[in-house]
Design a protein around this ligand. Structure first.
Ligand code: HEM
Length: 484
């Protein structure tokens, strides 16, 4: 009636599934939102508007809509929604991933790219990766020697997590120098945080009801995680500062570089200790889980698909024949390895709904009006299994990437595991280098089997919830050395 009386035409909003008065569509979302959202989009279309409690959210689930979104409206969706979890866990969102759009975010991202993530910097870290791969191989080899477990049985998920964490930690904050700052401790801190940062907590849906998170206990939990993270990062910084004071600072790692920039003034925006902690934590967290889940799913798919495993093993062993280890020059010649990794990123998109954005202004998408202050969720996982773009989308077929120029760098919108546009992942080079060399060496040195006579097709492939989705049941495999 108000619209009719005002004489204004009503703007056409995207279709919405019917919701409940207070909850909106929250009750239709499971702990794996990418799956529930795909089901809803099959009914309501690739551009939909849902309500998560009080919060309106635009859901994009097709390559066409994603292309229009990122190509035409990227600036309008370049901020992240403010969230209590991000404020408490990521040093007031002074990091990159959860920072609001603006100069501070741009400055932090530039520092990370120039001093850690550019192709040149990533190539210069080759020896570091080789060292971490060697440590991982030694761990697997130790399992082959027995040591209390059935011979060759490896808690592979644990080993892969440790490798992914150590690689990015080593590059960002140097080698672990004190007992206790380990992958296990880091994981315990980060895992709870990842679920809370996903943006699907009751508290995210009712921002006006601040007291709710005190009742649900989320506030206390966030404070606890925040304190542990601060303590961990303060320890890292203190070690670096002490080392520099003793004259041992040779700009070895990213924290060293940031501290020396801080001493030199670091430009107009400055660089406080809290910024250094926030950015360092961000890079270690963003780089660990994503690379780990990619490796975990890669090994799971390969043991489930013995034909692909053999084909990849043949390629790796032929290229690196006779060498003590696969090195990165060898990887350049491994086309099937690269296809396998792309297929893993397609089928098991590590961050299935990317990282939520928020509209800074209204715009029109595929003929629908999208209001300002709407959360934007791009279901990259759903897009990567859309039968309109992919043949047999549910099947693991690395061959589909062999003679196919489709790339993961944010230009082909049917395949955007790293996102697209201004907020796209800056860690692609780092991630690819970390994953490729590890997978190649795992297959070069060992043959892999399922324990307890498990049939490959019976391997459980369900996902655990979070910003990234690891296997629900960690991967445990038998490693058999290629050369006993
Ligand atoms: C397979 C590995 C990885 C995947 C699949 C991945 C995926 C993503 C995705 C989907 C986003 C959000 C993009 C968007 O909003 O459009 C993101 C952001 C980000 N990633 Fe990655 N990532 C990976 C590895 C890494 C690594 C190794 C690092 C650094 C060491 C890193 C650092 C970041 C940072 C800092 C952001 C925030 C960018 C911003 O908000 O401007 N990522 N990543």
């Amino acid at each position: 009636i108000k619209v009719l009386l005002s004489g204004k035409t009503q703007l056409r909003l995207p279709p919405s599934p019917p919701g409940l008065l207070l909850l909106g569509n929250l009750h239709q979302l499971s702990s794996l939102p990418h799956r529930s959202l795909l089901d809803l989009s099959r009914k309501y279309g690739p551009v939909m508007l849902i309500r998560m409690g009080q919060v309106p959210a635009l859901i994009v689930s097709s390559a066409d809509a994603a292309q229009e979104l990122f190509k035409t409206h990227d600036l309008a969706i370049s901020t992240r929604p403010a969230s209590k979890a991000a404020m408490k866990i990521t040093f007031g969102a002074r990091n990159i991933s959860f920072a609001p759009y603006g100069e501070r975010w741009r400055h932090a991202k530039k520092l990370a790219v120039v001093h850690l993530l550019s192709l040149k910097r990533v190539l210069s870290l080759q020896a570091l990766r080789q060292e971490e791969v060697r440590r991982m191989m030694e761990r697997v080899a130790a399992a082959c020697a027995g040591g209390g477990r059935p011979r060759g049985e490896v808690e592979l998920s644990e080993v892969l997590y440790e490798y992914a964490n150590a690689t990015v930690y080593h590059a960002a904050a140097g080698k672990e120098t004190k007992e206790g700052r380990t992958a296990a401790r880091f994981r315990a801190m980060i895992d709870d945080g990842s679920v809370l940062l996903g943006g699907f907590q009751v508290d995210d849906a009712f921002p006006a009801l601040g007291w709710l998170s005190a009742i649900t206990g989320t506030d206390a939990k966030l404070d606890r995680i925040g304190r542990r993270i601060d303590e961990f990062l303060s320890g890292i910084l203190q070690e670096h500062i002490e080392r520099a004071e003793q004259g041992f600072n040779r700009n070895e790692d990213f924290v060293d570089v940031l501290l020396s920039l801080q001493r030199d003034g670091a430009g107009d925006l400055g660089l406080a200790e809290i910024d250094i902690k926030a950015i360092t934590l961000d890079l270690i967290a963003a780089g660990t889980d994503t690379s780990f889940v990619s490796l975990e799913w890669a090994m799971a798919e390969l043991v489930r698909n013995p034909r692909a495993m053999k084909k990849l093993q043949d390629e790796v062993r032929q290229v690196a024949d006779g060498k003590p280890m696969v090195v990165e020059e060898d990887v350049d010649q491994m086309t099937y390895l690269k296809a396998v990794i792309k297929e893993v990123l397609r089928l098991h998109t590590p961050a299935p709904i990317l990282v939520p954005r928020e509209t800074m202004s209204s715009f029109s998408l595929q003929g629908y009006h999208v209001p300002a202050k709407t959360r934007v969720i791009v279901n990259a996982w759903a897009i990567a299994r859309d039968p309109k773009s992919w043949e047999a989308p549910e099947e693991f077929q690395p061959e589909r990437f062999m003679d196919n120029a489709v790339d993961h760098r944010g230009n082909d919108f049917l395949f955007i595991p790293f996102g697209a546009g201004r907020r796209m992942c800056p860690g692609i080079n780092f991630a690819m280098a970390t994953i490729q060399i590890a997978l190649a060496n795992l297959l070069y040195h060992f043959n892999w089997e399922l324990p307890d006579g498990l049939n490959p097709v019976d391997l459980d492939m369900s996902e655990a919830p979070g910003l990234t989705t690891p296997k629900k049941i960690p991967l445990r495999l038998i490693a058999v050395p290629k050369d006993p």
